[in-house]
Design a protein around this ligand. Sequence first.
Ligand code: GLC
Ligand code: CA
Length: 575
Amino acid sequence: MNAAPINQRKWWKEAVVYQIYPRSFKDSNGDGIGDLNGIISKLDYIKNLGVDVVWLNPIFSSPNDDNGYDISDYKGIMSEFGTMEDFDALLQGMHDRGIRLILDLVVNHSSDEHRWFKEARSSRDNPYRNYYHWWPAEQGIPKKRFSFFDVNNDAWEYDNATNSYYLHYFSVKQPDLNWENPLLRKEIYDMMHFWFQKGIDGFRMDVIPFISKDITFPELPEEYHGNFVKYYAEGPFLHKYLHEMNREVLSRYDVMSVAEGIGVGTDKALEYVAPDRQELDMLYHFEGIGIGLLPYEFKAADPNGFSLIEFKDLYSKWDAVFAENGWGTIYLGNHDNPRILTRWGNDSPEYRNVSSKMLSAFLLTMRATPYYYAGDELGMSNIKFDSIDDYRDIETINMYRQMESRGEDLSRFLQNQKITARDNSRTPFQWDATENAGFSTGTPWLKVNPNYTTVNVAAQEEDPQSPLNFFRNLIQLRKKELALVYGRYVLLDRDNPHVYSYIRHWEDTTIIVMLNFSASEANAHLEGLELSAAKVLLSNYPDERKGMDTLTVLRAYEACICKLNSANFRNNGET
Ligand code: GLC
Ligand code: CA
């Protein structure tokens, strides 16, 4: 199988998705919180990146227990972010510039301040009672369910008013919705129609594998302890619901859908995205971002870093899943992960720019739709807070409290959070070298990374070698060379611990990508490939290589994308 036939081309396969965390992008009114008008004021910046789709994290009415992932009105706009008129203007402004907009669909849970939940908790026979999961206390204490954001790590909360427990996989203010109830499902589909009729172009679906649960809530088997994601995800009716959602809503519009594929492995991925199943278009898995973390500990980074061979094997394994069916995604960071530069590159001043460009080269040359998080194009890095007081994220704060009450090692926890905490990627976007990085004239809701004086858009606009301009060049290259989108992926030099090399081959085009993931010079071993006629398309060092003769030696974090003579690849590379 060479490549996707032309009739399988889709706009969302050829798109670059740019993810914006609205709270941190641009504040228009000086309250320290990013907002919709702030994004509107930066639409030309977004347009000039060359991206095709913007994914906005939740912008809906919310008491902000989890920064908008606790929704109190799915058809309202969060007051800090603006109004529905602002939203309409934002959508129009994007469409005027040829940019599509996708929103976050957060329907595993709502806020406890949603009208449905207020009704539901008021009495056992309220019509909304069945919109949520309840356990009547006269049946005893429910079987243990762990919670991601609960101070006591308990997903059942006792509610006095009706002498019952309700389920919340996330915080106590995020009660889980009951998808078994057809009335709830209809409400969700109606709400999706509401946004599609406004003209949005798709949804990113928050923890969607969790929506179906075994509602008898049996005892968790022993082997699942500590690995509850595996047990929570992919309940018995998940695919029935997704298929229904497709039939009732998604199939009626020209839109894209992407699942947050928490807990989804390569064996199950196609169940979500194989076109003939008529469910979703894409999903993003969690396996990649788990590399380099210590097992059985909460987000603790391995002091030895990560193994590039493991990294290559994993991304190659995932590429293979979609080689003949469905379509993949690629990302290294987002609002739930630290900055990619700190986690996968090198954030020291010496290597910041070059390693950040190398990571962008990886993301923009794989066979998958890239999901690229705002700020990574500048090489923004982790802020690495010293004190728990600087954190705003419920995940970090409640985990700290949990560990505190168990008497665990808090300084070790804080040390690890410097590498892995979500707030690292949520610090305000760095526009320029003025106060607060040009993000806000007020006090930002989360501290600005002090490196904004040098790492910012204004400075990088001026510099043709900047990570920002390199990102733009990569996007242009991906648009020009369809091989980078649809071309077959072939891993080369698999056992090389420092360099990741691969080929992208489509019709008459063969492109080779070489990425040095290390801070020292390293060789790419490309024996058997005829490289003499190769042409350098893009490199992240200013003194671009002229040809390929010296190509196998790569400088620290060097990334090189070259076009080969296809005939030679066919002769040699495929064996
Ligand atoms: C998803 C979101 C994350 C949120 C959680 C609960 O993982 O990406 O930010 O905290 O779901 O909604
Ligand atoms: Ca604001």
